[in-house]
Design a protein around this ligand. Sequence first.
Ligand code: CU
Length: 395
Amino acid sequence: MTALIIILCITLLIIVAVQIGKISELAQKIRGEEEVEQESNNRSAYGMLLFLVAFLVFCIVTALYYRNYMLGYGPHESASEHGGKIDSIFNITLVITGIVFIITHIALFWFAYKYRAQKGKKVLYIPHDNKLEVIWTIVPAVVMTILVVGGLDAWNEIMADVNEDEDYMEIEATGYQFAWDIRYPGADGVLGARNYKLITATNPIGQDWTDVKNLDDIKPDEIVLPVGMKVRVRITSRDVLHNFYLPHFRVKMDAVPGMPTYFVFTPKITTEEYRAELKKYPEYQGPALAEEPDGPRLWEAFNYELACAELCGSSHFSMRRIVRIVTQDEYDAWIKTQNSFFLTSIRNTDDDPYNGKALPIPMDEKKIEEPASTSGTDTISTDTIPADTLNKDQK
Ligand SMILES: [Cu+2]
């Protein structure tokens, strides 16, 4: 039935179009072809002018209206030391392409208006102009060179690895469908060895338990980092391509199975300081949750986040993780509350090579009274996240 109605509608529309065509043909015969054509040309030309103004105003007004929601503007200044450099490159590109956009946009629609077919006007025909060709080849070439060289320079600076003698901490992020396995090196400051052949349900990233550096490694539920500390993130993947993306820190790097990548950055704004900055803007005064109009404000509920920026499968969205930037003292207090993954989940099980024996390095085994949740890597702390941002299975 529906199909029949649709077919009828289409047929009727075709008949209407044909009839309109016939009417205008008749009108042309009565009033003279040229006059009708001239009228139609004028209408199109004024339409072009209207579009020119309306579209430019739309672009500028929306950009200004949403300014404070966009990374790099208003409160969203980069929260890492290198991020300002990336922002300024984006801005230079935006200014240059913006100028080109406005000029070409005006030229395109203004010319369509000005040079519409008019009675008695003849077109000036220029088949070739060397001077013009040179100008529109050289100018873009010079501008592109400036942009590319500036970008390359920034890339080399930002992607420089750490020097062994400088002060930094290293953490590891392993992406898998669909979460991140985050690993901290523990008291020895060194991440233990891994081997993909050792991956099992109880050893999700294949840590080699005979390597003593693994025994104190920590696998926390959230990423907590001290402000001002240089952090090197080792980035890997267990299955498909993922992408380690910290938008507020302008950190973005592919996680590729079998090919370790890294990113070095230094957080410079704590979560609390970032919230205080957001608080100054009217855009962030609304309630964080629509169901709780008197609940926490948007700025209060703000959290830095880790997202996967590679479309990696059906639950890609659930790879979101909270990132907290705290002061050094708060970090020291937090790290003390974190237990070694080995002690909580592996010690004295069949996977433990020292089962029933003493460990090769001194470790405070008494601190762990009973094994805590082992799969902690899938969950995120829920106390500071608005409920609507959680996955259904986490609610
Ligand atoms: Cu992913």
